[in-house]
Design a protein. Structure first.
Lengths: 544, 440
């Protein structure tokens, strides 16, 4: 009896809905609305339809059954009342039919029949996932399936990873309770990516503190060398690197200008690369940066003959391969795969950068090696970041002690290149901060590396890197005249002296220009906090 | 009507056999397709050798380079069909790019197509009657018997195809005394402009057991599984034209997927569902298409009855092997060869023992290095293909007692029908839904 009363109540409500709100009431909507089974809903609708036969209510029936004629198909149709009978006749036997919906009038668009149902379904669907509603468990259907199990804990493999990534990276992304949000949460993978990107950015950020694009590379270089060494070395490296860059910039500029394009390349890649989560130096596009990096590590602390010599070699190498861009990679871990591919020459023609004092210059002391050799050497001689730095320091200090004679860094460009490796051994004996960076090492008296060119006793124009303390110049003199000029042609002019070795002269000229330019740039970079070109002022300021 | 009795749905043992189509363990190292072709040739040649022995026991099997003029022999190799209408990227590039073709041909066959047979050693052109090239496509491995002509061409006398693979006999009819049905649907195209959502709703109501009286609901209770063979959504990709989308546009773009999720949730709450990706679904393009990701279906993937399957999809139900695709392989065959019916193409793929012979030539495919997953080793009991223009079905009987029910699943958007396959009798029927006849 209670059922009957309930039915009556429902029917009244249907009446109200259909007549007043002009809503389509389908059996499924009814069942979900009033929490009754579908079959019950159908029955109620049937009664309602019969009850309100003349009442301007349209009823839609569904007829289902096997077709009479071959091929035997199962057909389900929605028909209006007047077509009900003919539809039933086309079907085999006595097909089932029941009321599908009641509505005040037949909608023109059939889809409107289910619009209300759809809205209802969507609302049920959007409920929180832990709510088990009639949509989710199909409770009102006539057929139940015992196989079905809905498991909330069964989240997709994405979510845990997201959570992990999110928590790991402290992203402000609350883990969605369920997959329901996963679709909305397109940021899921992104924070992961961003996190990972930001993570490596953090250690790189430290070096960046030193500011300047070029400095970025150096510290990153240092970082790379040190393998994320302590901040102090980085910081000190930064400081010294910056200063050193001033002097070295000249050499660098000349080096870079060797190909004409190098300056651009050195500046552009430097910025993006230093910001990327990549091993330092390896991203450095230029020998210049590599040299700077070397300088950085040298100026830092120790003097590593090999390192500086290495840098020197690189400088020489840069000079030698005219027109070709070199990427010097000082990273121990990464392979020097892409670098210096364009240098088939370098195998045969190795530049010699002599770091020795003049007497020992007799033998080509510097090796312009294939990058792999360099790398291996770099690796060999840069066992650890700190050791490299320490070595350089030692070198520098040793160099300073021996303030006699031309303790300079000679960059000898021998057209007939030669020996590889033993030069390194020679470098061991020599101290030299490479000609690229001028910097101040905090550990000792303020001194900086300065690039100088002079004509040595053999008539060759030599570009040297000398240590210059504040205001006091060490034995070596002239700042290369080219330092004042930034333009390449101007630099070429500053090659005043006739050289016996014309080729080397030709090479040195641009080298000077390159190094000058480089020094200018590096000086500027040392000061700039962003990827800007070097300012001339800082260069001169440091020189004084 | 008001029976408090709720029917319980029948169940069938389901085993998913999609591992061979899974790409998760593959690592792309820049390889090309040569290994795939080699593997295909090698594997099918093994199968062919025994058949060659039976058929031509006296003839030698030669490599192509070892062919001697005038000697009757058998050659096994991969076919390549030279087609002049076949779109070539190089030609398209060299031609005037501003010239827009009047009509893009959907069929690329031409009378002047010819076949070339290729094995590891070399290639040779095959000549025979004119019908031969239109029957075959690139990528099929066959054995030909014939002799080499003067001008270096190979005159074909007979062709031997690998034939239907062996079939595991069905278990005795014990498990099939009760009627069970599997429903195959395809081309739901939710979100499309010409989709009728009401008919989809009717389908859903019927499958979940809401619709109908007792008889209908008892039919519904006999349906043990629904397999959706691709084409489930119709995304309006014109919205994503490279510009950043606003929130509204994004919602609009993914709306069809949400609706699909709603549909699948209702389905999965009632019965086991397999969904395969199709040509325009949010999955990868090349075969084998990987399963639609669970994150697309936050509602439905919570159910243990919801299975996101690869395309092609292979599974066992009560011991019977089901195999099918979302239609890309047959569509491609249709473009590059000729046959009377789509079912003929399906039959050919079974006889050639390869699901998609035109992959990777004209059909996108992953460059496998260790296997060719499309090679058929066992003959399925039901072989289906989705997104076809119309329903067609055939019971194919093989020489060794194999029996395969071939089904072309029509696109629901166009025909409003799905396919019912009986597990007991292997008959197939259509289930149509019509919501148009009630209009005044």
């Amino acid at each position: 009896m209670a059922d009957v009363l309930q039915d009556v109540g429902i029917r009244d409500q249907i009446q109200a809905l259909v007549c007043d709100t002009l809503q389509v009431v389908s059996y499924k909507w009814l069942s979900r609305r009033f929490s009754i089974s579908s079959n019950t809903a159908k029955r109620i609708l049937q009664e309602f339809a019969e009850q309100s036969k003349g009442d301007n209510i349209e009823v839609v029936y569904v007829v289902a059954g096997w077709t009479k004629n071959e091929p035997r198909n199962y057909s389900v149709q929605l028909v209006t009342q007047d077509r009900l009978q003919e539809a039933r006749e086309t079907l085999h036997g006595s097909p089932s039919s029941h009321v599908y919906s009641v509505q005040p009038c037949l909608p023109k668009d059939p889809a409107q029949l289910f619009a209300a149902e759809f809205v209802q379904a969507q609302e049920l669907f959007k409920q929180p996932s832990d709510v088990d509603n009639c949509l989710r468990d199909n409770r009102f259907s006539g057929v139940s399936c015992s196989l079905v199990a809905r498991c909330l804990g069964r989240v997709s493999s994405i979510i845990p990873k997201q959570h992990g990534a999110i928590s790991a990276t402290n992203q402000a992304l609350s883990p969605p309770p369920l997959l329901a949000e996963a679709l909305l949460d397109n940021e899921g993978p992104k924070p992961e990516v961003q996190a990972f990107q930001s993570a490596p950015a953090v250690p790189l950020g430290l070096p960046k503190i030193a500011g300047g694009v070029t400095l970025k590379e150096e510290p990153t270089t240092v970082t790379g060398l040190t393998g994320k060494g302590p901040v102090d070395s980085i910081a000190s490296g930064n400081v010294s690197a910056g200063k050193r860059k001033v002097g070295a910039a000249g050499g660098e500029g000349s080096l870079a200008s060797l190909w004409g394009k190098a300056p651009n390349q050195s500046s552009k890649p430097s910025a993006p690369k230093s910001s990327g989560p990549v091993k330092p130096i390896t991203t450095a596009g230029d020998a210049d940066r590599g040299i700077r990096a070397m300088e950085a590590s040298v100026s830092d602390a120790s003097s590593d003959d090999d390192v500086s010599g290495f840098a020197q070699r690189r400088g020489g190498q840069v000079m030698r391969s005219a027109g070709r861009k070199r990427q010097i990679v000082l990273d121990e871990d990464e392979e020097m795969s892409a670098k210096e591919e364009e240098n088939p020459d370098s195998i045969e023609c190795e530049e010699v950068v002599s770091l020795a004092s003049p007497p020992s210059k007799s033998s080509p002391s510097v090796v312009a090696e294939e990058k792999s050799k360099e790398n291996t050497k770099a690796k060999v001689h840069l066992p650890g970041p700190l050791t490299a730095a320490i070595d350089k320091e030692r070198k520098i200090s040793w160099n300073e002690k021996h303030a006699d004679g031309p303790e300079k860094v000679e960059v000898l460009l021998e057209p007939s290149c030669a020996q590889p490796v033993e030069n390194q051994i020679q470098h061991e004996g020599k101290a030299e901060p490479s000609s690229v960076v001028s910097d101040k090492s905090p550990s000792g008296p303020k001194r900086k590396k300065v690039l100088r060119t002079r004509i040595d006793n053999r008539g060759r124009e030599v570009t040297e890197v000398v240590w210059e303390t504040d205001g006091v110049e060490e034995p070596h003199e002239t700042k290369p005249a080219s330092a004042k000029t930034v333009a390449q042609p101007a630099v070429v002019e500053t090659k005043p002296i006739t050289d016996k070795l014309a080729p080397s002269k030709a090479q040195r000229g641009p080298q000077q220009g390159a190094s000058t330019k480089g020094s200018n740039k590096s000086a500027g970079k040392a000061n700039a906090k962003g990827p800007q070109q070097g300012k001339l002022d800082s260069f001169f300021k440091r020189k004084s | 009507m008001d029976t408090g009795v709720v029917l319980s749905r029948k169940q069938a043992d389901y085993i998913c056999r999609d591992e061979r189509y899974c790409l998760s363990m593959q690592r792309y190292k820049g390889q090309q397709y040569s290994q795939l072709y080699f593997f295909r040739l090698h594997t099918i040649r093994q199968n062919l050798l025994s058949r060659i022995q039976e058929r031509w026991p006296s003839l030698p099997v030669c490599k192509i380079l070892g062919l001697e003029e005038g000697q009757l022999c058998v050659v096994v190799g991969t076919l390549y069909k030279q087609m002049q209408l076949k779109p070539s990227i190089l030609e398209e590039y060299s031609k005037e790019r501003s010239v827009v073709p009047l009509a893009t041909p959907s069929k690329f066959t031409h009378n002047d197509d010819y076949l070339i047979m290729e094995d590891e050693s070399g290639r040779v052109k095959l000549i025979r009657d004119a019908n031969l090239p239109s029957f075959y496509v690139t990528g099929v491995v066959v054995a030909v018997c014939g002799k080499e002509e003067k001008d270096g061409e190979f005159f074909v006398q007979e062709i031997l195809e690998p034939g239907l693979p062996p079939q595991i006999p069905l278990r005795s009819a014990v498990s099939f005394d009760e009627e069970k049905f599997v429903v195959f649907a395809s081309g739901l195209k939710i979100g499309g402009e010409s989709t009728n959502p009401l008919e989809l709703q009717l389908l859903l109501d019927h499958l979940t057991g809401h619709l109908g009286e007792e008889e209908e609901q008892s039919l519904s209770s006999q349906i043990v599984r629904v397999v959706i063979a691709g084409g489930s959504v119709d995304l309006q990709t014109s919205l994503s034209n490279g510009q950043p989308l606003s929130g509204k546009e994004q919602t609009k773009l993914v709306e069809p997927i949400r609706e699909l999720d709603l549909v699948l949730t209702q389905l999965a709450a009632a019965m086991p569902v397999d969904i395969m990706p199709g040509p325009n679904d949010p999955a990868n393009y090349s075969l084998p298409q990987q399963p639609l990701h669970r994150c697309l279906f936050p509602g439905a993937s919570l159910y243990n009855t919801f299975v996101s399957a690869t395309n092609p999809h292979q599974f066992e139900l009560d011991g019977a092997l089901f195999l099918g695709t979302s239609g890309q392989n047959i569509e491609d065959l249709e473009k590059y060869s000729e046959a009377e019916e789509r079912l003929d193409f399906m039959e050919r793929t079974l006889v050639w023992r390869h699901l998609a012979p035109t992959a990777p030539d004209t059909l996108g495919c992953y460059p496998f290095t260790d296997r060719d997953p499309f090679i058929l080793e066992m003959c399925p009991h039901v072989y289906f293909c989705g997104n076809q223009p119309s329903y067609a079905s055939r019971l194919l009987k093989g020489p060794s007692g194999q029996q395969v029910r071939l089904i072309c699943i029509p696109s629901f958007q166009e025909t409003s029908s799905v396919v019912l396959v009986s597990l007991k009798t292997w008959d197939s029927h259509i289930l149509t839904f019509s919501a148009n006849s009630f209009q005044p």
